[in-house]
Design a protein. Structure first.
Lengths: 289, 384
């Protein structure tokens, strides 16, 4: 297993053109995010991985659901699909199975992927379908006005938990691992080098990869819980992050009260993906015919 | 189960014939979820699709099934799902998405009794309005209603051709009896195959929703090609970018609806209604699907007694055949009797045309058993 820190950094700045290095790959007039939000870092990290792997837009597709991160697919200059709420993963499943050569990336939020889309997520993990799912976790519904999400921590204030949240949150890493994902990682969104390297590993994984990206929402979560502006919230997250190599997924703690968020790679167990299995099934059926 | 029985008469079920028709016209992706009485379509597809290099997947629910079909369609593959009323209810949001993204796709719904879980193993025609008004928002739907096993095969072919031609979801509404009964059928290959319009300009100039033809249908790029495109369920401009201005909403929604509305006559010429004795009929029985099977016998019996009776069997339910209503008005038909295995659905559409001079009555029974020729005849005698 290659550790994240063994993967070399991107090429030197000499090769970067004068304007934005990913200019041709991005569609920035559809960039609608709050200044200081880490969704942009995730978009550029994914895009730089496409570039790194020499993939052009005929080789990949980006799918998103609904919400702040739902709007991110519009920023990619590639086949990009802004689907309905919660349905990015099954859309990506159909896309991938109908054209297995595509590198399919799902980029969506915690509410989209784990509340309304939760069932699709666990089944995609179980099938080990060859897609990469990035969850921008801001612990809240940002776009719809700061409501409680399945990742909101107990006691925290949102527009639908004015007395403090009473529901325990999902631990996304544990959930993905228990559901059968063959690559599972969690990174703070500001750590774009590790995030990039992790996405490259996800591309190499022949099965289902899940990467949770911490991207605090100062506009909703921060305001309600008095955590400060974008920079203060990044500091707040940074002070809690502990990068632990080879940490088992059930120890992937994520607790604002304790001030401890374990990051790293939790599952790195590549195994044959679903579309390969379907191909074997076709071969078998055609022999029997 | 193979397609090499081309041309020979074989005995099979409507559900199998629906599935084989889809494969014959080039369907290579099926995403489904088990539901009675449609499950045999999934059974058949799970066996047949791998044989022809296609993909069968049993998804975790109907929501996932149909949205995976939109994904497959945008990868350039002809794709479908099959379900029944309760599953179709769950597919509502993605029928709207499919319409908005202009994704060719076919949904077969094998109607059973409702509402709710209703009567899973029985037939019904109570989802006719559901097939039309499934999604929220203004939209148009093409719905075909087969009444024989042969039509199950044929209508899968027609359904895909219509979906590809107009870049829109098409529903084929069969029912628990048509789907599960056995009849002789020919798996013929005597049909044209229509494929979606490809992009008409170079990748640099391409805009996914730019209309260059009078048919209001934009050329469709798919993932994996040289074309870049962004599509969204939000109201969008020609480039696919979200646009919330009222002007844009009006422009988009009217185009999406008009591309189907303007094609109404063309669609009814492609899958036409059946008519008998309209030359002299004063009373016409209008029916469709399984419930139309007993009508010819009742009509012939009435005509033997000297009653001037005719029949109409709808094969395209939606868009509703307004030209048929005008024709019946022109011919001076005095009364239309609408026979439905529901408590009154298509009759509401027929009633909209009473100003053309005919009266409208109905035999509207939310039953699970098609009307017998005797019942139809006796009801007919009350009206002539």
């Amino acid at each position: 297993m290659t550790t994240i820190d063994e993967i070399p950094a991107p090429k030197s700045t000499d090769e970067i053109p004068e304007d934005h290095p990913l200019h041709e790959r991005l569609n920035l007039h559809r960039f609608i995010f709050c200044p200081g939000c880490l969704i942009g870092s995730a978009i550029t990290s994914i895009t730089s991985c496409f570039v790194e792997r020499g993939l052009t837009s005929k080789d990949y597709a980006v799918v998103s659901g609904i919400g702040c991160t739902g709007r991110s697919s519009g920023c990619f200059n590639s086949p990009a699909f802004h689907t309905t709420h919660g349905r990015a993963i099954p859309f990506a499943t159909g896309l991938k199975l109908a054209n297995p050569k595509l590198e399919v990336v799902v980029l969506s939020g915690d509410g989209d992927l784990f509340a309304i889309g939760g069932n699709h997520f666990i089944h995609a993990c179980r099938r080990n379908i060859e897609i990469t799912v990035l969850c921008i976790n801001n612990n809240v519904y940002g776009m719809t006005g700061g409501q409680c999400a399945p990742t909101t921590q107990i006691g925290d204030l949102t527009t639908t938990t004015p007395y403090g949240n009473i529901e325990p949150p999902f631990n996304l890493v544990s959930l993905a691992a228990a559901s059968g994902a063959s690559y599972v990682a969690r990174w703070p969104g500001y750590d774009t080098l590790r995030l990039r390297n992790s996405i490259l590993k996800a591309f190499d994984n022949p099965g289902f990869s899940f990467i949770e990206v911490l991207a605090p929402c100062f506009t909703q979560y921060g305001r309600k819980n008095k955590l400060g502006d974008a920079v203060q919230m990044l500091d707040w997250i940074k002070n809690q992050v502990r990068i632990i190599p080879n940490c088992p997924p059930h120890e992937a703690e994520f607790d604002f009260k304790k001030g401890r968020i374990v990051c790293g790679e939790f599952v790195d167990a590549p195994r044959e993906g679903f579309s390969q299995k379907i191909q074997q099934l076709r071969d078998m059926a055609q022999k029997k015919k | 189960m193979s397609s090499d029985r081309n041309g020979k008469l074989i005995l099979t079920t409507g559900n199998y014939a629906s599935a084989e028709g889809a494969i014959a016209v080039g369907c290579r992706y099926f995403g489904g979820y088990p539901i009675t009485p449609s499950s045999e379509i999934a059974h058949y597809m799970s066996r047949r699709l791998p044989q022809v290099g296609g993909t069968f997947i049993q998804m975790e629910d109907e929501l996932a099934s149909i949205v995976s079909v939109v994904g497959a369609s945008y990868a350039g593959v002809k794709a479908m799902t099959a379900t029944s009323g309760p599953g179709l209810s769950l597919m509502a949001e993605t029928v709207g998405l499919g319409f908005m993204l202009e994704a060719p796709m076919v949904i077969i719904t094998v109607m059973r009794g409702g509402p709710s879980t209703g009567q899973p193993t029985k037939a019904s025609q109570s989802d006719v309005m559901q097939t039309r008004y499934l999604s929220h928002g203004d939209y148009e739907m093409i719905v075909l209603a087969p009444s024989t096993v042969q039509e199950c095969y044929d209508f899968s072919i027609y359904g895909f051709n219509l979906a590809e031609k107009y870049r829109t979801p098409v529903i084929i509404a069969t029912d628990g009896i048509v789907g599960q009964m056995m009849e002789p059928v020919r798996y013929h290959s005597n049909f044209e195959i229509i494929n979606r319009k490809p992009p008409q300009v170079s990748p640099d100039e391409y805009q996914p929703f730019q209309v260059l033809d009078e048919d209001l249908i934009p050329g469709m790029a798919t993932a994996g090609s040289e074309y870049n495109f962004y599509v969204t369920g939000l109201t969008h401009d020609d480039t696919g970018s979200p646009d919330m201005t009222p002007e844009r909403a009006v422009k988009l929604i009217t185009r999406l609806c008009d591309k189907i509305r303007r094609a109404r006559t063309e669609i009814h010429e492609y899958v036409p209604w059946e008519e008998q004795h309209l030359d002299d009929a004063e009373v016409v029985i209008l029916s469709y699907g399984i419930n139309s099977r007993g009508v010819p016998e009742a009509v012939e019996r009435a005509r033997e007694k000297g009653h001037k009776v005719g029949l109409i069997r709808l094969r395209t339910l939606w868009p509703f055949p307004e030209e048929l209503m005008e024709k019946l008005g022109r011919l001076g038909v005095k009364k239309i009797i609408v026979n439905e295995m529901n408590y009154g659905q298509i009759i509401r559409e027929v009633e909209r045309f009473r100003h053309l001079g005919f009266k409208v009555t109905g035999s509207l029974v939310p039953t699970t058993i098609p009307f017998s020729p005797r019942f139809i005849y006796e009801e007919l005698l009350k009206e002539v």
